[in-house]
Design a protein around this ligand. Structure first.
Ligand SMILES: Nc1nc2c(c(=O)[nH]1)N[C@H]1C(S)=C(S)[C@@H](COP(=O)(O)O)O[C@H]1N2
Ligand SMILES: [Mo]
Length: 217
């Protein structure tokens, strides 16, 4: 099955430290480019699709977003209830660990900070785990989730997010590699001690900051 091969290849890259850039050898394409393009990345204009290969068809009927774990106010939202939350627009860059970056993506959705006000994490909550309808998981530190540009989005460039890109609702965590931005979002679990998600169990970095080239653990 091709996706088993893809997963095996990506696990091998993590073991071999592939795609790591020698910072001293990085080609400098001018100050601006250097400031905006993280090390080892190249710019693309299209938007590649990357996932485990089983794209779930999450109808409005099937959609449910649970937010639970170490929170004061756990919620379970229908798509209508999610859409009724205060809306937020933001523009951000995508940096994928497979080395492509895409600038200026315009997103619409609910800001992570709006959600945090609603559910109020308990003081002991330190990480969140995203769970998706395809069984995918990925972990991020609460301070990474609690950033002004992090959002649960349902529109890209003024159009509903396509199924291939994670519709109806996906995460966007712009300051981390894109594998942290879970598609087909199903549940956000607030946790006290860190746990690895799907790629983090397969050699990928727990934090995943593209500016520090945190590709592999
Ligand atoms: N639910 C889910 N989310 C996921 C993935 C996945 O397989 N399932 N793949 C991740 C990876 S590795 C990347 S690079 C991005 C790709 O998002 P895109 O297909 O919209 O470019 O989604 C991330 N989120
Ligand atoms: Mo990825």
């Amino acid at each position: 099955m091709p996706h088993d091969k893809l997963i095996a290849a990506k696990e091998r890259w993590a073991r071999e430290g592939r795609l790591l850039t020698d910072l001293r050898g990085t080609k400098r394409a001018g100050v601006l480019e250097h400031d905006r393009l993280p090390p080892g990345q190249h710019l693309v204009s299209g938007w590649p699709v990357l996932d485990l290969g089983a794209e779930p068809n999450v109808t409005a009927q099937k959609f449910r977003l649970d937010i639970d774990g170490a929170v004061e106010n756990r919620v379970s939202l229908t798509l209508g209830e999610f859409m009724a939350l205060p809306q937020f627009e933001t523009v951000s860059d995508i940096h994928c660990v497979t080395q492509w970056s895409r600038y200026d993506n315009r997103w619409k959705g609910v800001a992570a900070r709006t959600l945090l006000e609603l559910i109020r994490p308990k003081p002991e909550a330190r990480y969140v785990m995203f769970h998706s309808f395809d069984g995918y998981t990925t972990n991020v530190a609460l301070e990474q989730f609690d950033q002004p540009d992090v959002a649960l989005v349902h529109e890209w460039e003024g159009k509903p997010l396509t199924v291939a890109h994670g519709g109806p609702v996906r995460m966007v965590v712009p300051q981390l590699y894109f594998w942290k931005s879970a598609k087909w979002l199903r549940r956000i679990e607030f946790i006290i001690s860190n746990r690895p998600g799907f790629w983090e169990q397969r050699g990928y970095h727990s934090n995943g900051d593209p500016w520090r080239e945190e590709r592999y653990s």
